[in-house]
Write a protein that binds this ligand. Structure first.
Ligand code: 5AD
Ligand code: SF4
Length: 461
């Protein structure tokens, strides 16, 4: 409805984000592109002139969850209408990409449907609705790159924060049997080095000390650089050399097949690389890995880990696991347990296999029974939890460099982040926020560590 958008100087924007860090990043960039139109973030959807639901398609019943949330947003919109206020509702992200048309058919009150590759066109879409009414659907994979078209002067997404995400690569050509990402995010593409460098410089100039480079296959990165391309370790070296105030660098998510020796070596040679790697393995059974189309064996994964530990013995390893992929037997599951015992992870995510419509595994025979999946998941998670506790406990008594990120929950307490990505709590003065300081770790918890400032002890540990 054209009258829905009145050109008041300031408008409220509420973005609800589900799913991965890439979506968190995309949400922030959508806020960036809408800022010139007068939109600024509000905490409650009830106060928003525009609500964006940024969706994830990975988990079970993703579309149903979107429809139920949309029902709630529709009520908010009705209530606002009674007060004479209009509300634009947009659905973005991977569910929008995969099920855009069905979405509009089932929820015609949605004004805007946009896929992950088109959010740079948001202002244009909003203007089109303002001009002509109706709704807009844009789930193209456009030839132009959204990164070239995002506002140069955009405020960093983590304004005022010390850590930030930065997307360097998108999409996936791997086609794992269970995964929707190649269909929703499209083919692997890398952003040019210059564009990443410019964004990293803006982030660091605004106070960011630690950047996490994002990509569905981040270690497949090959971005344009001078007359050729740069790989991930090259990009990391360029960032380190060009931006001295960038203190810490991470990257997520990697694929074992792209874990080249140059990247492994960079964990020894590039001082800003943190000793942390998320490297999903999914299964420890060669038969299941083959059925998953992962393109590597369990022993090849073990060998990557051996080479990583050879250059950086303290590296914290995390992973993703799926139990109950079609065809997985007790023996296959035991192979996964053995791999976990062999590697020892610092933490991990584990999931029951769930059928994603349109993916090869969804149509395979020999689907594993739900109760079997549940039992396997519980057994795997118990072992992973034990390993996480053991990893955290192993740091007690050590002194760690902690990036102080903010005020803690208890009076006098500060929060920080360890090199291994654990949250750390300790007492200290708020003036330390933004610095990297030494903290003596004294208490292990499951998801964090406790400690106190090393300098205050007077004696060496
Ligand atoms: N079922 C269960 N887990 C899945 N993942 C992706 N697709 C599925 C699925 N169909 C998990 C994988 C991936 C993580 C992001 O989500 O472990 O690494
Ligand atoms: Fe999905 Fe596999 Fe691509 Fe990862 S590598 S995004 S699991 S298809």
């Amino acid at each position: 409805m054209p009258e829905q958008i009145s050109f008041s100087p300031s408008r409220g924007l509420h973005i609800i984000t589900w799913g991965c860090q890439m979506n968190v990043y995309d949400s922030a960039r959508m806020a960036d592109v809408l800022r010139p139109l007068g939109y600024s973030p509000v905490d409650l959807p009830d106060n928003a002139d525009m609500i964006i639901l940024n969706t994830c398609h990975i988990r079970e019943r993703a579309a149903e969850k979107v429809f139920s949330e949309l029902g709630r947003l529709r009520q908010i919109r009705e209530a606002r209408k009674l007060e004479g206020k209009a509300t634009l509702i947009a659905v973005a992200g991977c569910v929008a990409q995969a099920e855009g048309k069905e979405l509009l058919a089932r929820a015609p009150y949605v004004d805007l449907v946009l896929g992950p590759q088109t959010y740079h066109r948001l202002p244009e879409m909003v203007a089109r609705i303002a001009r002509a009414g109706g709704n807009v659907i844009d789930t193209d994979f456009p030839v132009e790159s959204k990164f070239d078209l995002l506002p140069e002067e955009a405020a960093p997404q983590n304004e005022g924060n010390l850590t930030a995400f930065l997307t360097i690569q998108e999409g996936c050509d791997k086609f794992c049997s269970f995964c929707v990402v190649p269909y929703t995010r499209g083919a692997e593409t890398s952003r040019p080095v210059e564009s990443i460098l410019a964004e990293a410089e803006r982030l660091v100039a605004s106070g960011v000390k630690e950047i996490t480079l994002l990509g569905q296959n981040v270690n497949a990165y090959h971005g344009d650089w001078k007359d050729g391309t740069a790989s991930l370790p090259k990009l990391a070296a360029i960032l380190h050399e060009t931006i001295p105030d960038l203190k810490r660098l991470r990257y997520i998510t990697s694929h074992p097949r792209d874990m080249e020796q140059a990247l492994i070596d960079a964990h020894r040679d590039n001082p800003i690389f943190m000793p942390y790697l998320h490297l999903p393995v999914q299964s420890g059974s060669d038969k299941v890995l083959k059925a998953m189309n992962r393109g590597h064996t369990a022993d090849e994964y073990r060998d990557i880990i051996r080479r990583l530990r050879a250059v950086r013995s303290d590296i914290a390893l995390t992973s993703d696991f799926i139990v109950g992929h079609p065809g997985e037997t007790d023996e296959d599951f035991e192979a996964t347990m053995q791999l976990v015992r062999d590697i020892r992870f610092a933490s991990a995510y584990s999931f029951k296999y769930s059928q994603r419509p349109g993916t090869p595994a969804a149509g395979q025979p020999f689907q594993v029974a739900e109760d079997v999946k549940e039992k396997r998941l519980a057994v795997l998670q118990a072992l992973l939890r034990e390993q996480q506790d053991a990893f955290n406990a192993s740091l007690v008594g050590t002194v760690q460099d902690i990036l102080v990120t903010g005020i803690g929950r208890k009076p006098g307490q500060l929060n920080g982040r360890s090199p291994y990505l654990q949250p750390v709590h300790f007492d200290g003065d708020p003036s330390l926020i933004g610095q990297i300081i030494r903290v003596h770790i004294t208490a292990p918890f499951t998801n964090s560590l406790g400690g106190h400032l090393y300098e205050q002890e007077g004696t060496a540990v």
